[in-house]
Design a protein around this ligand. Sequence first.
Ligand SMILES: C[S@@+](CC[C@H](N)C(=O)[O-])C[C@H]1O[C@@H](n2cnc3c(N)ncnc32)[C@H](O)[C@@H]1O
Length: 227
Amino acid sequence: MNAEERGFMAELRGDVLDAGCGYLFHYAYYERGILNGRVNIFHGFDPNGSLGLIGKRIPPRLKNRFILEVNTSEKIKFTRRYDNIILRYVFSHFSEHEKCIKKLHAHLKNNGAIYFIDGAGKENMTAPSAMNARAKYIAEWNLFHARTTVTRNLKVHLDCYRKFLNQQEFKRFEAETLNFYLNEPETKHYSSREIISLFEKNGFRIIRGLEGRAFGENSLQLIIGKK
Ligand SMILES: C[S@@+](CC[C@H](N)C(=O)[O-])C[C@H]1O[C@@H](n2cnc3c(N)ncnc32)[C@H](O)[C@@H]1O
């Protein structure tokens, strides 16, 4: 997590949405925001069914401030508008990117802000040669991901949750999670330019943008508001 991300998380306010929240990587920030009175409601969703078990780590006195839902960005129906939305390494997992962006636009408050980070290349994917190069890269990346990132990062993630779950729950969590990741459909990687233009053509403006490297690949980090 870099300074930009830490800064955004420290300033969370109002109603907060984490789309594709996985295992609540940012849980500590959400809890702190609620305890210091800046965050009203936290809503996190993810298609991975083991999210339900993660709800158990939330202290009972805070349960009514957390809404955790097993769902996808494509299917979910929002009933409120958010002050902050987190899109952390989830954009490339969407299957209908524009539909999801439009939905987020309708449910971000006018003065709200999105924190976005994801892998993104610089090349223009519409050129056939670049598409081929990208396809090869994605195939290699997925192989790498399945063999190393999933198993290694999963262990790190799982170790965090071991203390919150009893042994039987933990085994279910571990099996569901690994199975979910290994069966996830191939992700689509857009270039930075394509990601930015998808947001801009759907009523957003880029407040701040930064290209860098994360997890050994190019990454794009954005703070996004409404036009
Ligand atoms: C790389 S993980 C990132 C998780 C979390 N945002 C974080 O930063 O730790 C990608 C997440 O996207 C979720 N995901 C996959 N398809 C999705 C979809 N269509 N809508 C929302 N989330 C999705 C996966 O279950 C997974 O938890």
